[in-house]
Design a binder for this molecule. Structure first.
Ligand code: NDP
Ligand code: HSE
Length: 435
């Protein structure tokens, strides 16, 4: 059978990895796909640099539009990134009847509804395994492996850069800026690394996971997003003393009244597998009503791990492109006409446990006053530690609460911060037992 023709947009970290893996494993991949998968055109900005890499047998040019319009191309692989040019190219490729493979979570989290609708109308596939958790086949697992289940929640470490930073800071005591530079050198970070640091990249991925798990439209704008830039070293140390590790988690949970969709640093019990995921590794925990908890672990970023997912999509599309579009796996796991309008809940409706740290005057009655404020807000204390503050000005108190509603926690924090005996703002971190 004649080879399937691929146009590769971008030959950077992921594009370069895809080129390498396709070349190295060409025979094995063809045996799986049923035909050879051949990159025939490449688009980049720096054509000379790309030619050194791919040689003269492949056409390299600076105009990606020419590739998405080329009638000889069957599959367009978008590995440029961003959501402006990439959106134009993907929509144009779809309009020209081409299947698309992309690793671009920013694009799909913001424009996924439009892109998937356009693809369904044209009867083409948009495959995006590499967009979530790098090399881990988590989309395949949720979309196909767990279809029997009513999925209850998904929680995971889905940004390699921040997990690498937190791990290196904790285990080697390295400064934030140095570790971030190393993550960039290793190709883990986004073009704009604030997307990693501020939790935006994880929220892009979580948005896609929520749609796949619960059959709701893609709603990135409804996600609660917090990154690791405000995390204090003393909270990492206190958490360790209390038996927890701090991880940047993405959590989406189905409740009777809606869906939680949130990314933030969280205390995770140190004995949980998720707490021990280090470096650029990712791990996603999915709980289904039939299967119970399942855990997926692997490299979440970088050249070849991400290429592994891109090439898997290429094989999938190659196998399925002659199938009747109605019989293919739906883009977001649920049939497009069976999507649910279950609302995404505000962060104020989140229910979880909390770590609250504050500096107070060290005198009789203060602890009782704080306990009363928490109790008035229906917040039950799980445990507490108090120690002299490092500057000798008073005492540091840390509470771990039982399950509480974020709205009540906000009220309690406002009330504590307004009290005359409090010498600091209250640091609030969420605590996830993941059971
Ligand atoms: P890079 O910056 O390494 O590569 C981007 C590529 O796109 C480069 O080859 C660049 O060309 C090309 N490019 C940029 N603008 C244009 C343009 N206007 N016309 C033609 N080509 C252009 O990015 P990554 O490979 O890291 O990321 C690509 C995508 O994969 C992003 O969506 C990212 O979020 C996603 N992703 C990245 C992962 C990673 O670990 N890095 C993991 C999972 C997903 P040139 O080489 O000439 O500059
Ligand atoms: N910047 C992303 C990360 C790349 O660090 O996880 C993988 O999506």
């Amino acid at each position: 059978m004649k080879p399937i023709k691929v146009g590769l947009l971008g030959l950077g970290v992921v594009g370069g990895g895809t080129w390498k893996v396709l070349a190295r494993n060409a025979e094995e991949i063809a045996r799986r796909a049923g035909r050879r998968i051949e990159v025939t055109r490449v688009a980049v900005r720096d054509v000379a640099k790309a030619r050194m890499r791919v040689g003269n047998e492949v056409e390299v040019a600076a105009d990606p539009h020419a590739i998405v319009r080329d009638p000889s191309i069957d599959i367009v692989v978008e590995l440029i990134g961003g959501d402006t040019l990439a959106r134009e190219l993907v929509l144009e490729a779809i309009a020209n009847g081409k299947h698309v493979v992309t690793a671009n979570k920013a694009l799909l989290a913001k424009h996924g509804n439009e892109i998937f609708a356009a693809a369904s109308a044209q009867g083409v596939m948009v495959a995006f395994e590499a967009a979530v958790a790098g090399g881990i086949p988590i989309i395949k697992a949720i979309r196909e492996g767990l279809t029997a289940n009513r999925i209850e929640w998904v929680a995971g470490i889905i940004n390699g850069t921040t997990n690498f930073i937190l791990s290196e800071m904790r285990s080697r005591g390295l400064p934030f800026a140095q570790v971030l530079a190393e993550a960039q050198r290793l190709g883990y970070a986004e073009a704009d690394p604030t997307f990693d640091i501020e939790g935006v990249d994880a929220a892009h991925k979580l948005t896609l996971l929520a749609s796949l798990a619960f059959g709701v439209p893609v709603q990135f704008e409804r996600a609660h997003v917090e990154g690791i830039s405000n995390l204090a070293a003393e909270d990492i140390a206190h958490a360790a003393r209390l038996g927890y590790r701090i991880k940047l988690l993405g959590i989406t949970r189905r409740r009777a009244d809606g869906i939680e969709l949130r990314v933030h640093p969280a205390l995770v019990p140190a004995e949980r597998l998720l707490a021990n995921v280090e470096g650029a590794m990712n791990a996603v925990l999915v709980r289904g009503d039939a299967v119970g908890p399942t855990l997926y672990y692997g490299q979440g970023a970088g050249e070849e791990p991400t290429a592994s997912a891109v090439v898997a999509d290429l094989v999938d599309v190659t196998r399925l492109h002659t199938a009747d579009p109605g019989n293919r796996v739906p883009h977001l796991a649920f049939q497009p006409d069976a999507m649910s309008d279950t609302p995404i809940l505000s962060i104020e409706d989140t229910e979880t446990s909390y770590y609250l740290r504050m500096r107070v005057e060290d005198r009789p009655g203060v602890l009782a006053d704080i306990a009363r404020i928490l109790s008035d807000a229906s917040i039950s204390i799980g445990s507490m530690i108090q120690e002299p503050s490092s500057d000798g000005s008073g005492a540091d108190i840390i509470f771990l609460t039982h399950l509480a509603r974020e709205r009540n926690v906000n009220l309690a924090i406002a009330s504590i911060e307004a009290s005359p005996f409090v010498r600091s703002t209250v640091t609030r971190l969420r605590l996830e037992n993941l059971t």
